[in-house]
Design a protein around this ligand. Structure first.
Ligand code: 3PG
Length: 217
């Protein structure tokens, strides 16, 4: 998939579940099915848990239509591990220019966490079009996103950090926002207790909100 196609799929879906799997072999398959059943065929599997690469491989095989990426990628070695496992995109918490360039050289989409004018300058040099805005709520939320888009109107953002069903619609209504990332539909409690139906239902409600905002926008 090209960078543009990945951006489009993320934008079309509107939400990106941020997933930490403690038991990838047990949970990755059912989770992939639960997300797709709820209309969210996108997942960011974080390297905060061991076995992230294995989870990426299982989810991609279980649901080939899914766009599976890696999150909390801190090193080029982790990026390589994720890409070898089938990750289509790499999310990094901050902007490490060398790491982002490494991902681009390997043909992967990369979404670095950016919240400052300095970050945006560097992202522009890298040729990026969509940035993770992280941590969104703690960094000034929508007000900051809008202020940043005045000098940098070329970027769309993926706010992540503090997103919930309550504020999802408000974020998505902002034309600068491509999609929102979040763990609210895939919390540790839901995953560890294998509450797949609830995950599907939270995804379905999220997709409903995406639909409503886009219909009115
Ligand atoms: C991330 O790594 O992207 C965030 O921790 C997700 O933030 P949330 O748990 O507030 O959704």
């Amino acid at each position: 998939m090209t960078y543009q196609e990945i951006n489009e799929k993320i934008t079309r879906t509107g939400v990106v579940p941020v997933i930490k799997l403690n038991h990838p072999r047990r949970d990755a398959g059912p989770l992939a099915r639960a997300l797709c059943a709820g209309g969210v065929p996108v997942a960011e599997v974080t390297f905060r848990a061991a076995g992230a690469a294995e989870a990426i491989r299982i989810m991609s095989e279980e649901r080939p239509e899914m766009l599976v990426g890696a999150g909390t990628v801190l090193t080029a070695a982790q990026a390589d591990e994720a890409l070898s496992a089938g990750a289509k995109f790499i999310v990094t918490p901050g902007l490490d220019v060398d790491l982002a360039a490494h991902c681009l050289e390997r043909g992967a989409a990369v979404y670095p966490g950016c919240t400052t004018p300095t970050d945006y300058h560097a992202a522009l040099k890298l040729g990026l079009e969509v940035l993770k805005f992280f941590p969104a709520e703690q960094s000034g939320g929508l007000a900051k996103i809008k202020a940043m888009s005045a000098p940098f109107p070329m970027f769309k953002v993926m706010p992540t950090g503090g997103i919930s069903l309550e504020n999802l619609g408000t974020y998505l209504a902002c034309p600068v926002v491509a999609a929102c990332g979040g763990s609210y539909m895939v919390t540790a409690n839901l995953i560890d207790n294998q509450r797949w139906d609830e995950i599907t239902e939270l995804c379905r409600r999220s997709v409903e909100i995406v639909g409503e905002v886009r219909k009115n926008g």
